[in-house]
Ligand binder design. Structure first.
Ligand code: FO1
Length: 313
């Protein structure tokens, strides 16, 4: 039964998910992944955060790019270019097999089932589950109008500033059965919010109907890990997104953003708060570029959740 439930988005979250998987056996960990970035492209269902987590856990990911497969070839994309197809979203040849097969199977199976089977075939031993099997689409309201997430993130390189973020379909979306099962499991000890973009990757998961209430009702420590070092994101627009919406990319800002949901915060030493905050803050080295660092941080986070649990009893 799940003892640790991790909530993750793409690249940053996948790194800590890898560390947690290195520390915990498959039965003890469930990783719930954001699906708000998913979109239909060239007739294919693309699930970027799910695939980034799976490829990272399987050790197949391209650590330079942060997404897609290591050692990828791009024959399909070059052929697409020649035919005048859309090539702004990079689809590698190996990655393409995942999108084609998933799209075929989604005609008759729900996302969680398809993901569970395809990721197991990649060699992912741990439970990686979509936050929902229902469509939720992150839309960003910018000074250039309403943009679909991948348009904003990849095509426009996050250039427009954020006015607001909307998760289309979220009101009618149900958390996946596996998410609920992990959240309600009797052996749950802690919930870890991985260092992903709080606004674009974590908010869709927490925003699913009933999830906030269920998290609070569980009475297990919820620990958020900051995606920032020195008040800046390691990759992507997270710090700017937070500022756009009135929050500072600091320990205080993250506490304000995640309150009252979290019981503890893990930040980089460079962002250690000047004075004590309302909740315990653990400052450490948040930079986790390689598997050793990822396992180290995961161990520290798990120990921190253990201390928070002990303080409750
Ligand atoms: N990100 C990019 O910046 N450029 C791309 O061409 C791109 C392609 C891509 C293909 C498959 C996939 O799973 C992810 C991909 N990403 C790409 C990353 C993706 O847009 C982001 O990682 C997430 O949506 C944000 O977390």
């Amino acid at each position: 039964m799940t003892r640790i439930l991790a909530l993750a988005g793409g690249v940053g979250g996948a790194k800590l998910a890898y560390g947690l998987a290195a520390r915990l056996d498959p039965a003890a960990l469930t990783i719930v992944v954001n699906t708000g970035d998913d979109f239909d492209h060239l007739g294919l269902r693309i699930c970027p955060d799910l695939d980034t987590v799976a490829y990272t856990l399987a050790g197949l990911n391209d650590r330079e790019r942060g997404w897609g497969l290591d050692g990828e070839s791009w024959t399909f994309l070059a052929a697409l270019e020649r035919l005048g197809g859309e090539t702004w979203f990079g689809l590698g040849d190996g990655d393409l097999a995942m999108h084609v097969l998933r799209t075929c199977r989604l005609r008759t199976e729900r996302l969680s089932k398809v993901i569970s089977d395809l990721f197991a075939r990649l060699g992912v031993a741990h439970r990686v589950v979509p936050m929902s099997d229902d469509p939720v689409r992150t839309m960003v309201l910018t000074d250039e109008g309403l943009l679909a997430f991948q348009n904003y993130f990849v095509r426009r390189h996050c250039a427009p500033s954020l006015r607001a973020v909307r998760f289309e379909g979220i009101e009618a979306a149900a958390a996946s059965p596996e998410f609920i099962e992990a959240l309600e499991g009797p052996e749950l000890e802690a919930i870890v919010i991985c260092p992903s973009n709080p606004i674009l990757s974590i908010a869709p998961i927490l925003g699913l109907p009933g999830i906030g209430e269920r998290l609070r009702a569980r009475r297990v420590p919820v620990v958020a890990v900051s995606p920032f070092v020195g008040g800046a994101a390691l990759k992507g627009p997270a710090a700017r997104n937070l500022r756009d919406l009135g929050f500072e990319p600091t320990a205080e800002g993250l506490l304000r953003y995640y309150a009252p949901l979290i019981d503890g915060l893990v930040v980089d030493r460079s962002d250690a708060p000047g004075e004590a905050l309302d909740i315990p803050v653990f400052a450490t080295d948040i930079l986790i570029p390689d598997p050793v660092a990822q396992a180290r941080l995961a161990g520290e986070v798990l120990a921190f959740t253990g201390r928070l649990r002990a303080d409750r009893s």
